[in-house]
Design a protein around this ligand. Structure first.
Ligand SMILES: Nc1ncnc2c1ncn2[C@@H]1O[C@H](COP(=O)(O)OP(=O)(O)OP(=O)(O)O)[C@@H](O)[C@H]1O
Ligand SMILES: O=C(O)c1ccc[n+]([C@@H]2O[C@H](COP(=O)([O-])O)[C@@H](O)[C@H]2O)c1
Length: 211
């Protein structure tokens, strides 16, 4: 069965943490491809002054020539808010035989109950959650909403190539990466070197953005 990885983000800008996660899901779960999908108009955060087209261009540059990683521009082209539910449904309709395997970080996971049609969204693919420093994914943790803990308990499986299945949730076995777009933006605004944090440091520099 074809297995399509889906990794949505603001990518404002893309960094090595994003790349590591995309490679990790591709390799560990033997996905045919992983689509990085920069969001256009995000429903849950302030609009970035950096255009969707610019963020997409950096994603393209960051993954150029890398087998199995693709940039998908559908959310950049979409008019109105970008909901992951719509994105997964579209990709499934275009690939009726494929299994969708979608990834979010632990911070996004904590906020999932605020997402559009979040329970139905969980039925559309196999969700992978990536650990992130300072964001707990421990389902015993009292800060996790009871609704979310309940969904996790009923859907959780250990991720491997045999257990991948629609409607399931797994923790991705990925290294903890203390890196964020916020950190990249902050360093750039102070004129500091970000070459250790993102492969597109030279393009960021040339753009003059975030200064
Ligand atoms: N270092 C990381 N570890 C785990 N997950 C991450 C990491 N960086 C980003 N993610 C996840 O990748 C997805 C897209 O992230 P996004 O593009 O918002 O980057 P970000 O670094 O979180 O940005 P910002 O600092 O602007 O919030 C989100 O689900 C987020 O949780
Ligand atoms: O569908 C939703 O309601 C929804 C709400 C918040 C975030 N998302 C998606 O989650 C991904 C990560 O979002 P962010 O803000 O952490 O970059 C990105 O693809 C967003 O489109 C989706």
């Amino acid at each position: 069965m074809q297995k399509i990885g889906i990794f949505g983000g603001t990518f404002d800008p893309i960094h090595y943490g994003h790349l590591a996660l995309a490679r990790c899901m591709r390799d560990q779960l033997q996905l045919n491809e992983v689509r990085l999908i920069p969001t256009g108009l995000p429903p849950h955060r302030p609009i970035s002054p950096v255009s969707p087209a610019q963020r997409l261009a950096w994603v393209r540059a960051a993954i150029a020539g890398e087998a199995g990683l693709l940039a998908d521009d559908r959310e950049v082209r979409r008019a109105g808010y970008c909901y992951t539910f719509d994105t997964l449904r579209e990709i499934q309709a275009e690939n009726p035989q494929a299994l969708l395997v979608w990834l979010i970080g632990a911070d996004s996971w904590q906020h999932l109950p605020t997402w559009h049609a979040w329970r139905e969204l969980l039925d559309l693919g196999h969700l992978l959650i990536a650990a992130r420093p300072e964001f707990d994914i421990d389902v015993e943790n009292s800060r996790l909403s009871p609704d979310l803990a309940e969904e996790f308990a009923s859907r959780h499986v250990i991720a491997n190539t045999d257990t991948l299945s629609r409607g399931k949730i797994s923790l991705l076995s990925s290294p903890l990466m203390p890196i964020s777009s916020t950190q990249v933006r902050d360093l750039l605004s102070r004129g500091e070197d970000v070459s250790a944090l993102t492969p597109v440091f030279d393009l960021l520099d040339q753009s003059g953005l975030y200064r």
